[in-house]
Design a protein around this ligand. Structure first.
Ligand code: PRT
Ligand code: ZN
Length: 294
């Protein structure tokens, strides 16, 4: 029987779009029916399982799936809970679904440090991460575990403060709370089963990782082209954000000028262009890079 790599992603929620987009950028199309929990990829021997995000670390640890995409917050919380004898392994942060687990207190509090939480009750869906943070801060507080709607706990007098995921902060604000301390920073994470894959499965995994790495490195990368005075080459090369050695070409009929081409791996902003102009560059072009393999 043909070996296939099984990958677990979130069925619907804040990780789904990013996970599906990443697989798409790797050239994989998932065919599935509307409510199906299972999708098949045509382009590579890969099957996709669509799950609740909380189940993903366990499915991957238990060998029900080989790899998965999950929030670092959920992964770390499961690890701290020691829910698995042999937990899944972290492979790579993926750069999307960024958020922060934050301690938040009623707006009227004048927060002057973690010591303020001594003896208080903190509501959270992340008891492991919250307790680890309190321990690091040397504070003893009571952690009240709630599955959802954590932000209403202070109003219901179930807790004095909360520890919850924040992205824009609008939810906290609407509930009369303000973020006061950062507990954990999270983004989507690629994880894998801790056991060795068979040779065939390892080969599929390696091929997929090559494509994922290619997608991630080309994400912010730009191809930058410009003309510049020959004597400005050193200054421009030094200034270009995250560029390897650029290509320098002679310009026909202008012995004092050259064309400089470079791949910049970091974001190229308007002020980058303004700075390049100041260094003598002209006719600056910034082009997107669709694919890159290094
Ligand atoms: O159904 P399933 O169990 O699969 O999904 P879920 O509802 O448990 O998770 P989901 O889809 O909400 O989030 C999945 C993952 O996305 C989380 O584990 C985080 O890693 C990441 N993520 C990124 C977020 C947020 N941003 C986020 N804003 N997870 C949750 N939130 C919630 C937060 O809990 C709060 O209620 O959004 C609200 C705050 O948003 P702001 O913008 O008002 O601050
Ligand atoms: Zn969930």
């Amino acid at each position: 029987m043909e070996e296939r790599l099984r990958i677990a992603i979130q069925k619907s929620g804040r990780l789904s779009e990013g996970s599906i987009d990443l697989l798409k950028s790797c050239g994989l199309k998932i065919s599935r029916g509307k409510d199906k929990l299972y999708g098949r990829v045509q382009e590579m021997p890969i099957d996709v399982l669509l799950l609740r995000d909380d189940d993903i670390p366990e499915f991957v640890a238990d060998d029900a799936c080989d790899i998965g995409i999950v929030g670092q917050n959920v992964f770390e919380e499961e690890r701290l809970a020691e829910a698995q004898e042999t937990p899944a392994l972290e492979v790579k942060p993926l750069g999307f679904a960024r958020c922060k687990l934050m301690l938040a207190a009623p707006k009227e509090w004048t927060f002057d440090g973690a010591a303020m939480l001594e003896g208080k009750r903190i509501a959270t869906s992340y008891p492991g991460l919250t307790k680890a943070w309190l321990e690091r801060e040397g504070v003893s507080a009571r952690v009240v575990t709630m599955k959802g709607s954590v932000e209403v706990a202070p109003r219901l007098k179930i807790a004095d403060a909360v520890c919850d995921i924040v992205s824009t902060g609008a939810t906290l604000d609407a509930n009369g709370l303000k973020p006061v301390a950062m507990v954990f920073e999270s983004e989507a994470l690629l994880i894998r089963n801790a056991k060795n894959f068979s040779a065939a499965k390892q080969a599929i995994f390696d091929a997929l990782m090559k494509r994922i790495n290619g997608v991630l490195t080309s994400k912010d990368a730009k191809y930058v082209m410009m003309n510049a005075p020959r004597e400005a080459i050193a200054a421009i090369t030094e200034f270009l954000p995250g560029a390897d050695a650029p290509t320098v070409l002679d310009l026909a009929g202008s012995p004092d000028k050259v064309a400089i081409h470079a791949v910049c791996r970091e974001s190229v902003f308007w002020d980058t262009l303004e700075q390049l102009k100041k260094l003598g560059a002209s006719a600056i072009l910034v082009l997107p890079i669709e694919k890159m393999m290094v």
